[in-house]
Each structure stands twice: as C-alpha cells, then as structure tokens.
Design a protein around this ligand. Structure first.
Ligand code: PEP
Ligand code: MN
Length: 404
C-alpha cells in the first residue's frame, strides 16, 4: 500500500491511499502531521514527506490534446513529463530535481482530475503510475519480455569466437530461445582474465540475429561500449557491477533500445528499483529487471538466488523481471532446478548460460549448461509454464509442446 500527499485546491491536504496500483481511498486531512503520527504509531508509509515528484491523474475521459497540453505545461515549468497511458486513464509523472511543483497551476487545467505527490522514492517504475504490466515488444517478431510468453535468453557467457558463438546459437535457437545472449565486453574480477572481443563480438552477434532470427542481448560496461551495443544489439544489458553506475544508467535511459538491468550483488529491492528509475527518468520506459543472485554466507553456491524478489518486484512495479540461475547459483547442476523454480514463482523469463564445450569456456564454464542439458531444461520449463498460465514461444522449436 502506498500513500500519496496532495493539495486538493481547497487549501487542505489530501492523502491518496493506493493498494496494488488502485486508488482505494482519498482522505482529506487538515494536518500534514496526520500520517507522521501514523508513522510514529507504526504506519509503514515511511517516506511520506520525502518525495518531491508529483503525479497528475487525468480524468478517464481526458482527450489526447488535454494530456499533451498538461505535458507541455510541465515542460514549460522546467520539469520533465512522463505520460503513462493506462487502461482507464492516463497518469503523468513529473520528475526534475528542482523541488516541488506548484500544484495549483496544473490542477486548473482541463482534463486534470488530481495532482498528487508521490511519496515513494521510486515513481515511474511504480504501479501507482502505471498499473498494467509493461510488455516490451520487438516489432516484426512474436518475442516479448513481460507478456504471457516467457522470455528465454540463452547463450554463452562470452562471445569467444565466431565458431563457438554460432555453435551455441544453433542449439539454443533449436531448443526454443528467442533471445541470444553473449558478452562482448566482460566485466571481470581480474584484469588478466578474458575481457571480451569488443566490437568484433557485437558483429558476430548481429550475424547470429541475421541467421537465426533471435534477438540479441549483450552487456555494456561503460559509455563507449554502450554506444556500440546500442547500435548492434536489440537489448542493452547493464550488469550487476554497474547497477549503481548512475551515469551509465542515465545514458541507458537515453538509448533507443530496451534495457535489461541486473540486480547488484548486494542491492536491496529499493536500490534495485531506484536504479531502474534512473533509466525511466531519462525517458526509456522499456526496462526489464533480472535477479542474478546476491552474496551471502552460503558457500554451496556462487550466489544465493533470491527468488522472493520476483513477487516483491511485481507487487510494487509494472516492470518485467527475469531470473538468471546461472550466475544465481554458479553451478551447472543447480541451473535447471532453479529455472523451474523461477518460472514457478512467476518470473517473466530466464537468462541461462550455455556452451558447447563448457570445460574450455573462457569465462563461467562451471555454470554453463551443455546444449543437451538446455534441451532438457526447456522441456521442464514448458511443463511448469503451463501450470502457471505462461507459454514458451520459440523460433527454432521443432517439437510442439502444448502449453495451456
Ligand atoms: C553476465 O550476464 O554475463 C554477467 C556478467 O552477469 P552479472 O552482471 O549478473 O554478473
Ligand atoms: Mn557469465
């Protein structure tokens, strides 16, 4: 549940109470301290007075022109407008770091129902701004991230050579992956480890897209690589180590391609959503999240895959969330069970590392599946997907498995 504070134009403050993206109560209050008292008394709405951003809720029957006029007004005032059309009405998020917007001006405009202040630190990623799930589409293909169909992303950790990448691509495509992954720029713990093929790796991936029809996802590690990744790839990956590289997040927010943002290895839910907020605040609303395990005391796995973040994200945010059991466990034998679990818990897709010769892989061999194992994973995932009402559309699938 989320509380928003706003002026009603009558000099009184109003508290809008949202639950799961729906406005359930609009309370008038004479005192801004009402909720502060509630907070002291155990009210969970902690950041009631910290928010600076506002939300303009348009009337259900507001015209496009009215929405446009409000956006123009917001921009004229020196802020940024983020119109988010919903099933019943459009909400316009206002961001900018200049402090509070003078609400009265906007409230008087035609088509405006309400101007409210968003108290949560994340706004544009929140279901309060957009209730419906975000579905990232790729024109000309059936592939989506966030739709009923699961997004299956598979490929090697790194693009090592043309032969290696094509061999893996052929197998994962045949097994049903619509997205091919592979690092051309690798953020490695050691400067002496393989750093990736750079632009040559991107060219190989573009050729793979051409040959197999899979969409390409690859990581950008800095501004320079992001320029190139944006040019070649279909989805820009921001890795765990860069989840709080705010300048890179802003650059990704200005990119014309969707972004897959991986969770930092010690990031809280709020930090994760705030990182995504950076990207949306620059105008790129096509963002998907990815849980890839967090660091804990456990030593039977490389990371601890925090599956509970999936429903936690889905409760608060409209953004899709994938899970990556390869980095999430670091052990080949745990990737398939955790993939099943990820789909069962409601993830919108999987990211899985696959290699034809994992023992010779230049990075992450121990967590990479053999192609036959990936075939088996897909078979099992299709069964789980059917149980939770999802499908697994694939480009290269030869056998048809009924997914109800
Ligand atoms: C990757 O997906 O190749 C990767 C480096 O993952 P992460 O950023 O989650 O470590
Ligand atoms: Mn890897």
């Amino acid at each position: 549940m989320l509380h928003l504070r706003g002026g009603a134009g009558d000099g009184k403050l109003r508290a809008a109470v949202f639950s799961r993206g729906r406005l359930i109560e609009l309370r008038s209050t004479d005192s801004p301290f009402d909720c502060a008292q509630g907070r002291l008394g155990g009210c969970p709405h902690m950041s009631f007075f910290q928010g600076e951003s506002m939300l303009v809720v348009m009337k259900a029957q507001a015209t496009e022109e009215q929405v446009r006029a409000v956006c123009q007004k917001i921009e004229m005032l020196g802020y940024r407008a983020h119109p988010m059309p919903g099933a019943t009405r459009t909400a316009i998020g206002i961001t900018g770091n200049k402090g509070e917007v003078e609400q009265g001006t906007l409230e008087e405009m035609s088509g405006v129902q309400e101007v409210i202040q968003v108290s949560k630190p994340y706004k544009l990623v929140s279901r309060d701004v957009k209730e419906e799930n975000t579905v990232i589409r790729f024109p000309g293909t059936a592939a989506t991230i966030g739709g009923v169909g699961l997004a299956i992303v598979a490929g090697p950790c790194a693009i090592e050579s043309r032969e290696q990448a094509f061999a893996v691509a052929e197998r994962v495509c045949r097994a049903g992956a619509q997205f091919f992954r592979g690092g051309a720029y690798k953020p490695r713990t050691s400067p002496y480890s393989f750093q990736g093929l750079g632009e040559e790796g991107l060219r190989i991936m573009a050729d793979i897209r051409q040959q197999f029809g899979m969409k390409i996802i690859t990581e950008a590690i800095d501004h320079e690589s992001l320029d190139l990744v944006e040019e070649y790839a279909d989805v820009i990956q921001i890795g765990a180590r860069n989840m709080q590289n705010f300048s890179l997040l802003k650059r990704a927010g200005r990119a014309r391609k969707p972004v897959l943002l991986k969770r930092g290895m010690s990031a809280t839910l709020e930090e994760f959503l705030m990182a995504a907020e950076y990207i949306l605040s620059e105008g790129n609303y096509n963002v998907a999240l990815c849980e890839r395990g967090v660091r804990t005391f456990a030593d039977h796995t490389r990371n601890t895959m925090d599956l509970s973040i999936v429903p936690a994200v889905q409760r608060l945010s409209h953004l899709p969330i994938l899970v990556d059991p390869s980095h999430g466990t670091g052990k080949r034998n745990k990737v398939t069970p955790l993939s099943r679990a990820g789909v069962a818990v409601g993830a919108d897709g999987l990211m899985v590392e696959v290699h034809t010769q994992p023992d010779q892989a230049l990075s992450d061999g121990p967590q990479s599946l053999f192609p036959d194992q990936f075939d088996e994973l897909m078979k099992q995932v299709r069964q789980i997907a059917a149980v939770v009402g999802r499908t697994v559309p694939g480009i290269g699938v030869t056998e048809t498995v009924a997914a109800k």
